[in-house]
Ligand binder design. Structure first.
Ligand SMILES: NC(=O)c1ccc[n+]([C@@H]2O[C@H](COP(=O)([O-])OP(=O)(O)OC[C@H]3O[C@@H](n4cnc5c(N)ncnc54)[C@H](OP(=O)(O)O)[C@@H]3O)[C@@H](O)[C@H]2O)c1
Length: 180
């Protein structure tokens, strides 16, 4: 079985991954349990893919302490290419990159986000499984996890877990339908 492309992400109950000004304060104040399944998931991946805005957000919060040092990291951007110890900036064909990663053996591939890059992954049918952790918060507006697109993604619910106030839903892709 080839390695899978996984979405592992937290959202508000109304489906936003951040406020419009990139705040996750609403998320960090929720009472979870342990690390809400993070380290268990992190062990299952060896490759990480980020959009440039998500990468900038992480660097801004973590400063010098890049959190994914022991993984192969790709950041998609059309505006950056300066060298970096931890990530490779890429602006090529995403489908080709994913296919080439899947041709070699390895652990799963984590697409961290954000919404812009994820929309492309959904449209191109690149996502195999989604683990969505829902905060018990409605934030009204923000950066959506799912952008408006003419697709219907049929999923199978694999498991449901609770981490105190968080609900985790794990889905496996069944079929994608591209609407006209
Ligand atoms: N709740 C969570 O668990 C979670 C997880 C991840 C992210 N987030 C939040 O999501 C927000 C960022 O999301 P976002 O949707 O605004 O941005 P994003 O998807 O992280 O990044 C968008 C950028 O990625 C690059 N990009 C996108 N598609 C590309 C393609 N096909 N080829 C080459 N480059 C491409 C472009 O970079 P250039 O402009 O450089 O060309 C684009 O501006 C942040 O606030 C972050 O904190 C939350």
């Amino acid at each position: 079985m080839s390695r899978k492309v996984m979405v592992f992400i937290a959202t508000s109950l109304d489906g936003y991954i951040a406020t419009e000004d990139d705040s996750l304060d609403w998320l960090f104040k929720v009472e979870g349990e342990g690390d809400n399944g993070y380290s268990e998931f992190y062990e299952t991946v060896d490759t990480i893919i980020l959009g440039r805005r998500t990468y900038d957000w992480i660097m801004n919060v973590e400063k010098e302490n890049f959190p994914y040092k022991n993984k192969k990291c790709y950041v998609f951007t059309r505006s950056r290419n300066e060298p970096n110890d931890y990530v490779e900036f890429v602006d090529g064909d995403i489908v080709e990159l994913i296919n080439s990663l899947k041709r070699v053996e390895g652990k799963n591939i984590w697409i961290v986000g954000g919404g812009d890059l994820l929309a492309y992954f959904f449209k191109e049918n690149l996502v195999d499984e989604l683990i969505i952790t829902i905060a018990p918060t409605i934030i009204g507006t923000g950066i959506p996890l799912f952008k408006k697109q003419n697709i219907e993604l049929e999923l199978e619910l694999k498991s449901v877990r609770r981490f105190n106030q968080f609900a985790e839903l794990h889905y496996v892709k069944k079929e994608i339908i591209h609407r006209k």
